[in-house]
Design a protein around this ligand. Structure first.
Ligand SMILES: Cc1ncc(COP(=O)(O)O)c(C=O)c1O
Length: 386
């Protein structure tokens, strides 16, 4: 929110200036003459040829995300999941092998298992607490490692610096889903990760009302492949959604600071609660992933999980129904606190999951932390008492 950042986004047209970016809509992009039109492919990466690769509003968002990531290039796509799939579809061919963290976002694991395999790309999942020993899982045809740290739902921390080093040495590219920490908590491109994915739907946009994703990289060759794949697969984004994401990003830092602090307060209170078996939140001292988190990250996240110490899944359902401030819903990163449940059977299906039992995942919003702690305490007691 510096003056420089604001002035970069000034929109000046005929004596009009605004602090907001203009919403440029277009499928058709016009050309000044036929020579320009004929040479339009030359503009694919650095200019505008057709609405599918974006308009000036998209570029403002991409520039803003690239600046936050400390990356040279960024491509905006329709969702976080679209961004993850786009990396795979841009860089993998039949006969290749890919590694996916066992705790990665579920639809990415499904994509690897049900789609990539169908197209001749082998995949394996790996221990989400892996470090440099991941090198032992590389095969001669391994091309990519998908990381997510902490992992969705069960919050395992990978040793990213060690994995990056091992992957570089083996010529394997690293892809990190950094949506939990965002670049405010971990600047992955400067840390050596090849491609960083953000689900802009979460913290960046911040209001649970749109879907967008981004890919950021320092590698011009990768950027050109992503932009080409976006065009070929028709992964267009709406200018209005880019505008809303940019508006959300004006308050990202303020929201992030509040939400991270509140999440830590909630995690600390839950850790002492009689009806809680385990809290999963690396920023909390004592968490299994705390040391890794504190040595590599500069900020936390607003998502935490816990394993309730309630006698049955019916009691867990009673807990959810007793919540008053938290609303029940998937996704996270918005201003409203949310709670979701992942039954024991889902953890049991994974090959490297040490968490046993059902997991409650909380997304902490901008409400006062104490009201969230009180809500959880009351609902846990009500569930246990029934
Ligand atoms: C960690 C993580 N990555 C990626 C995604 C996918 O983002 P989107 O909902 O924008 O597809 C999600 C969605 O829940 C997520 O939790």
């Amino acid at each position: 929110m510096t003056r420089q950042h604001n002035s970069r986004r000034d929109q000046r047209i005929d004596g009009f200036r605004s602090l907001s970016p203009a919403v440029w809509r277009a499928s058709t992009v016009l050309f000044d003459n036929i020579a320009d039109f004929t040479a339009r492919k030359e503009r694919l990466f650095d200019g505008y040829t057709y609405g599918v690769t974006g308009t000036p509003t998209t570029r403002v968002l991409e520039d803003r995300v690239a600046e936050l990531e400390g990356a040279k290039h960024c491509v905006a796509v329709p969702s976080g999941q679209a961004a993850l799939c786009l990396v795979a579809l841009s860089l993998l061919s039949a006969g290749d092998h890919v590694l996916v963290a066992d705790s990665a976002y579920g639809p990415l694991r499904t994509f690897a298992r049900d789609y990539l395999e169908r197209f001749g790309v082998q995949h394996d999942t790996f221990d989400p607490e892996a470090g440099g020993e991941i090198a032992g899982r590389f095969k001669p045809n391994t091309r990519l490692v998908f990381l997510e740290s902490p992992g969705s739902i069960t919050m395992e921390m990978q040793d990213i610096p060690a994995i990056v080093q091992a992957a570089r040495a083996a010529g394997v590219r690293t892809v990190l889903d950094n949506s939990w920490a965002s670049p405010l908590g971990f600047r992955a491109v400067p840390a050596g990760v090849d491609v960083v994915v953000e689900a802009v739907s979460k913290l960046f946009s911040g209001h649970s009302d749109l879907l967008l994703g981004t890919l950021a990289t320092d590698d011009r060759g990768l950027y050109e492949r992503f932009r080409t794949t976006q065009s070929v697969l028709g992964q267009a984004v709406s200018a209005e959604d880019c505008f809303l994401a940019l508006r959300g990003m004006e308050t990202l830092e303020l929201r992030y600071r509040h939400q991270c602090a509140a999440a830590l307060e909630v995690a600390t209170a839950l850790a002492d609660h009689a009806q809680v078996r385990e809290v999963l939140f690396p920023p909390r001292p004592g968490d299994r992933g705390h040391q890794r988190w504190s040595s590599a990250f500069t900020g936390g996240g607003c998502v935490l999980s816990f394993v309730p110490g309630l006698p049955s899944e019916t009691a867990v359902h009673r807990f959810f129904d007793a919540l008053e401030v938290f609303q029940i819903g998937a996704s996270w990163g918005g201003v409203h606190s949310l709670a979701a449940f992942y039954p024991a059977a889902e953890q049991a299906k994974r090959s490297h999951c040490r968490v046993e039992g059902g997991v409650v995942r909380l997304s902490i919003g901008v409400e006062a932390a104490q009201s969230l702690v009180t809500d959880l305490d009351r609902a846990l007691r009500a569930a246990a008492a029934n």
